[in-house]
Ligand binder design. Structure first.
Ligand SMILES: Cc1cc2nc3c(=O)[nH]c(=O)nc-3n(C[C@H](O)[C@H](O)[C@H](O)COP(=O)(O)OP(=O)(O)OC[C@H]3O[C@@H](n4cnc5c(N)ncnc54)[C@H](O)[C@@H]3O)c2cc1C
Length: 442
């Protein structure tokens, strides 16, 4: 590739200083910032967009996947393993709904109201939790550079409407989903699966309204989809129509587009993926309206502002988990989160989605070392890009455990700042103890 010389050799303002700086305002970021502030640290959360939500909002994701435990293995008797921030977040989101739409005690089935996500209400709920905890929220701050000295991040540089600005902090949490902060700080990372070097595909999600549910026949729709695909009227490699219900009876959420082979950390490929996702959506909606009973009058109700990224960087940590840990249900004395969501891999090359599951009375644990960056001392990873294999990431990436991983990253950053040390100097067992004291289910 051709290159040009470019340098930003100028003074930029330090607009803020804090004990802890969290970059990214998704499920991981809210967990990190809220826990850090509750632990007594002055905490800033910087987010590139104008509100909280992360992929839940900008990728328009529903439902929350279950990461629940039940001694008898039954979902209806289970409790969320992701406490306290995740459960508080859901309760806050429900508080924005009228009584009749709030989940009833009997709504325990997966994809019942208990698990539905409104992209707008979850964003409001995240902001509420942050503000109530005393987190300073900096919106429209896009991380672009990091200054590192002696293995410690000194400050992070953001591009804003007032140009480049810096924020100083004692400890940092990378909650960008893509591991941007860690990568800019020079941390090593893994990318993709071992066979192809490819990540899970991207998906542009959207919702349709004005659907006549009484005339919908899911089995028939799946048959029609495969026929249209075989005859070339649907150019999307996904093997079926993946759809979910919503609060309103006539609205359905679609997680059906599949954009393969694009890298979320390559600027041009990420842009191409947006175009391809929307091309697939247009084609799919036209097909539904023309050929599928119940969808004749469907209207695009909302569309994710950006394509959803399932996987990108996985930052090298002090520990590393693989599918073996899922199979063995590994446990650790310094565990900071628990998970039993399946290994759920959308094919990286074409059709198919594979699952490795476990029962609700089982789980594996994520040790502290998986969220401690190996190459920088004052950085924890709060969310999706932790130190795990492609396969294990396909389990730990979903929103509830991402929020719990975030809360552990935030509490560690706060504890370290109070002691005047880097987060990597903490013992994982003391982080776990503090998480339990703050309401974590460990
Ligand atoms: C298509 C799709 C379907 C999914 N389905 C489900 C599902 O049904 N249920 C479920 O539970 N999970 C699902 N997931 C997984 C889940 O949404 C994510 O893994 C989860 O949101 C990760 O949380 P996070 O906080 O780590 O990252 P994100 O939610 O991605 O949040 C990262 C935040 O960081 C910000 N950011 C990024 N870079 C920068 C930067 N340079 N500067 C400043 N801010 C930055 C982003 O704007 C964003 O707000 C799905 C994911 C996808 C893509």
């Amino acid at each position: 590739m051709k290159t040009v010389k470019f340098s930003l050799d100028k003074d930029i303002p330090v607009v803020a200083e804090a004990d802890v700086l969290v970059v990214g305002g998704g499920p991981g970021g809210v967990g990190a910032a809220v826990m850090s502030a509750r632990e007594g640290a002055s905490t800033i959360l910087a987010e590139q967009y104008g509100c909280m939500g992360g992929t839940a909002t900008f990728g328009e994701i529903t439902p929350m996947m279950t990461n629940h435990y039940a001694a008898d293995g039954k979902l209806e008797h289970s409790i969320s393993m992701d406490r306290p921030v995740y459960t508080e977040l859901m309760e806050r989101m429900w508080s924005y709904l009228p009584k009749e739409l709030q989940p009833a005690a009997s709504d325990t089935e997966w994809n019942s109201r208990r698990f539905i996500v409104s992209k707008d209400l979850i964003s409001l709920a995240m902001e509420d939790l942050c503000l109530e905890a005393g987190v300073k929220l900096f919106y429209h701050f896009r991380l672009v550079a990091v200054a590192v000295e002696n293995r410690k991040i000194q400050y992070a540089v953001f591009h804003t409407k007032s140009g480049f600005v810096a924020i100083r902090a004692k400890n940092f949490v990378d909650a960008t989903g893509d591991g941007d902060l860690a990568a800019l700080a020079g941390c090593r990372f893994e990318f993709g699966d071992t066979a192809h070097g490819l990540c899970q595909p991207m998906t542009l999600c959207f919702k349709l309204s004005h659907v006549d549910k009484s005339r919908m026949d899911n089995r028939k729709m799946q048959e029609l989809y495969l026929k249209a695909q075989a005859e070339g009227r649907i150019e999307c490699k996904r093997e079926n129509v993946l759809m979910f219900g919503y609060f309103d009876d006539d609205i359905f959420h679609f997680n059906t587009t599949r954009v393969l082979g694009k890298s979320a950390i390559d600027a041009l490929q990420r842009s191409e993926a947006e175009l391809e996702g929307r091309r697939q959506m247009r084609q799919f909606v036209n097909w539904l309206r023309a050929e599928v009973p119940g969808f004749e009058h469907a209207v695009i109700h909302s569309m994710a502002p950006e394509i959803g990224i399932r996987e990108s960087r996985r930052i090298r940590g002090r520990a590393y988990l693989t599918q073996e840990d899922f199979v063995r249900r590994s446990k650790f004395e310094d565990a900071i989160a628990r998970c039993n969501y399946p290994i759920d891999i959308h094919s990286v090359t074409g059709a198919g989605t594979s699952f490795v599951t476990m029962q609700k009375n089982e789980y594996y644990e994520i040790p502290f070392g998986c969220i401690v960056a190996a190459d920088v001392d004052n950085l924890t990873i709060g969310g999706r890009p932790i130190s795990v294999s492609h396969e294990l990431h396909a389990s730990s990436r979903v929103m509830p455990p991402a929020c719990s991983v975030g809360q552990a990253a935030g509490i560690a950053a706060a504890m370290a700042s109070r002691k005047g040390i880097s987060s990597s100097e903490l013992e994982g067992t003391e982080v776990r103890k503090e998480l339990i004291a703050r309401g974590a289910w460990l």
